[in-house]
Design a protein around this ligand. Structure first.
Ligand SMILES: Cc1cc2nc3c(=O)[nH]c(=O)nc-3n(C[C@H](O)[C@H](O)[C@H](O)COP(=O)(O)OP(=O)(O)OC[C@H]3O[C@@H](n4cnc5c(N)ncnc54)[C@H](O)[C@@H]3O)c2cc1C
Length: 670
């Protein structure tokens, strides 16, 4: 099937408006005759379900948690972008569009990103109307802070709990519709297959995670808002349950999987402490607004610190290497995530790491505490030369801005970050790849839509901070409700979709077979044993930097690990009961297939772009020496993979990217 992105004609700034003026609408009486399944109730799925129900469609919403409130979106800390320009610091729709395309290393679709920037401002109004308690300045206006990769402050936030507050907004909007019976909520239900009838998505098969019952659910269209697949790495900042199953099963039914190898590595996470961990903790990027990143200048100092013989606070200013400020004077500590992550790895690989394993750098608030403290001392007519007074006042300002993050760090690391610098290291955080979608957010299967982190989205090869929440809510509140309406306008006479068709029967049997096989396998090794092994291959060979030899061996190793999994895995307990091991096994089975496609995709992309750093593709000289080298001549496309059986047989389709409004330039943050 040829890829048609369905980008509307006309000037960039008019595309979305013209599109909305021209699409078919469904009259309110007919909306009552149409069912829509929304799988996933994070920010993307939750906002979509609430909006579609508010419009009058009958929505069936599914999530595997006990409540939509527990979706992974709750973890988002730092904030959400919008081009409101409240500060008057020069922001605009165009600038947000430009920063996002540049930040994504010119590997995203212009038309989608422009629409995202355009609707970003509506999101804030919508959320404020719902009562989301965004931070406000002294005069009562909404406050902003800045995130990496931009030179303006456009990030709206609610302390370090922005995702939670936004999710509560979407959740209350959903609850209103659950109360009215317009949303039927299926908690603790895991989608295990998509059902296609006459080539169109017409339903799903789910497993009730409490009773084990396998169920059929039908609808006129299916929307997947099922999040990202960073957990393929085992260790990541994602919620433990995040997985690829829904997207992968859709892929097996004909939905192309786009850019699977595009992973975001986040620079400011609490470093790995050992083999016992199953999760990594993110420290929000907003901390880089005030925190300065450094390692010792001299290796002897780094070694002394690692051995516990020296403390970071004993090193004078000129003994510290603020390497981001040194290498990137224009953006300093606020370079984008891929740049900051690579720079941290480079310093640690060179022997300057500061924790026991040598895989950590410092994020230091001492200067911020002093700067804010002095300012407060002036404001409050206190002695700005009294160190104790300044430190106390400055600490209070920092506590007000980032208090819960500091508390979290102290609980995990048992060190007081107000007194000694935090230790941080890059970790897997977000996946820019996902189901390929056209401008309508429809996958390559008719009637099957993907929104939020589950689609390959608008972020190209790198996602700037605070733009995942923006995209999830843009898709759910403001884009999908229009685009799906255009599709559903052809379904007003279809009537209810029966679940008795051979297609539903085949899909249900398919799921039953897989569940039976896993429960009765009686191997000797746990599901986690395989997941951890997969994670190690992914991190070592498909992680922060990649090369052809390692990627080829990753493909082979993952295929053989998958064979072992089916021979050796043991899933205790039965299938007709609550069985977390079984749920995990089904998810890891899909990770073991996705992982191979991921490595295959990375192998075919012989360029460095965004977080995807190929060791063979580095700037060798000039002002960008040592930086990632993009290859626009050969790789200005989206990779969209078609399923053909084993991942090694997947077929690559290329969606060529056209840049008509932005000049492709080398990214420079210097
Ligand atoms: C620690 C952390 C901090 C972050 N901070 C920020 C930030 O400050 N700003 C920002 O913009 N982004 C941030 N992000 C990224 C952002 O939180 C996510 O990209 C975003 O929330 C994803 O939303 P989503 O709705 O697409 O998916 P999710 O919130 O992951 O929701 C997925 C939903 O799908 C359901 N689901 C999945 N599979 C199935 C299945 N098979 N069957 C049934 N249901 C299923 C789940 O139950 C859940 O309801 C952060 C991420 C992390 C990990």
């Amino acid at each position: 099937m040829a890829l048609d992105s369905k980008i509307p004609q006309g000037p960039l700034a008019d595309k979305w408006t013209n599109y909305k003026n021209e699409i078919n609408l469904v009259n309110p009486a007919n909306k009552r005759l149409i069912d829509v399944i929304v799988v996933g109730t994070g920010l993307a799925g939750g906002s979509a379900a609430a909006t579609l129900a508010e419009l009058g469609y009958n929505v069936k919403a599914f999530c595997f948690q006990d409540s939509p409130r527990r979706a992974h979106s709750i973890a988002a800390q730092g904030g959400i972008n919008a081009a409101k320009n409240y500060q008057g610091d020069g922001d605009s729709t165009y600038r947000l569009f430009y920063d996002t395309v540049k930040g994504g290393d010119y590997r995203s679709r212009e038309a989608n990103v422009y629409r995202l920037a355009e609707v970003s401002t509506n999101i804030i109004d919508q959320c404020v109307a719902q009562g989301v308690p965004f931070a406000r300045d002294y005069g009562g206006l909404l406050d902003n802070r800045s995130f990496g990769g931009v030179l303006v402050s456009r990030t709206f936030y609610a302390k370090g709990q922005t995702g939670q507050q936004l999710l509560l907004g979407a959740y209350s909007a959903m609850n209103r519709q659950i109360g009215r019976g317009k949303i039927k909520m299926y908690n603790r239900h895991e989608m295990l297959d998509v059902v296609k009838v006459d080539g169109k998505a017409r339903g799903i098969i789910t497993r009730n995670l409490v009773t084990g019952e396998i169920e059929r659910h039908s609808a006129h269209a299916v929307v997947l808002g099922t999040g990202g697949y960073g957990n393929v790495f085992y260790l990541s900042t994602n919620a433990m349950g995040s997985n690829v199953t829904a997207a992968w099963k859709a892929h097996k039914r004909g939905a192309y999987f786009a850019n699977p190898c595009y992973t975001q590595i986040h620079p400011t996470c609490i470093p790995v402490s050992g083999d016992h961990q199953s999760k990594l903790t993110l420290m929000s990027e907003s901390l880089r607004n005030d925190g300065r990143i450094w390692v010792p200048k001299k290796k002897e100092d780094a070694i002394a610190i690692r051995e516990g013989k020296k403390k970071p606070t004993e090193l004078a200013e000129d003994e510290r290497d603020y390497y981001l400020e040194r290498r990137y004077p224009a953006f300093g500590n606020l370079v984008p995530r891929d740049v900051a992550s690579r720079a941290a790895k480079e310093r640690c690989d060179a022997g300057f790491g500061v924790n026991k394993t040598g895989e950590a750098v410092y994020l230091d608030f001492a200067s911020a505490i002093e700067r804010y403290g002095k300012e407060q001392a002036y404001v409050q007519h206190k002695d700005a030369n009294d160190k104790a007074v300044v430190t106390a006042l400055g600490t209070e300002v920092v506590r007000n801005k980032y208090g819960n993050l500091f508390q979290m760090y102290e609980k995990i690391v048992d060190q007081n970050p107000y007194k000694t610098p935090m230790m941080i290291y890059p970790a897997v955080h977000y996946t820019m790849g996902g189901l390929w979608v056209d401008y309508n957010l429809q996958t390559s299967v008719e009637g099957l839509y993907a929104i939020g982190e589950a689609n390959f989205s608008d972020h190209g090869a790198n996602r700037l901070g605070a733009s995942a929440l923006m995209q999830g809510l843009a898709d759910g509140y403001f884009v999908l409700p229009y685009t799906i309406g255009d599709y559903l306008s052809n379904d007003i006479r279809t009537g209810p979709i029966s679940t008795d068709s051979p297609e539903f029967e085949e899909a249900e049997q398919n799921v039953r077979k897989q569940v039976d096989a896993l429960v009765n396998n009686n191997g000797t090794k746990s599901v986690d044993y395989f997941h951890k092994k997969l994670g190690k291959i992914m991190w070592n060979k498909c992680g922060m930097s990649r090369n052809a030899t390692d990627l080829q061996s990753a493909i082979d190793e993952i295929a053989s690990l998958r064979d072992d999994f089916y021979k050796e895995v043991r899933v205790p307990g039965g299938q007709n009961e609550f069985n977390e091991e079984l749920a995990k096994a089904l998810r890891v089975a899909d990770f073991l297939e996705l992982g191979e496609l991921f490595a295959k995709d990375a192998l075919t992309r012989n360029e460095s772009a965004g977080g995807h750093f190929r060791e063979e593709s580095v700037e060798l000289d000039g002002p960008q020496k040592g930086e990632a080298l993009r290859d626009d001549e050969n790789f200005t496309f989206v990779s969209a993979w078609e399923y053909k059986g084993a991942p090694k047989d997947a077929v690559l389709h290329k969606e060529e990217l056209k840049f008509e409004n932005i000049e492709l330039k080398q990214r420079s943050y210097k």
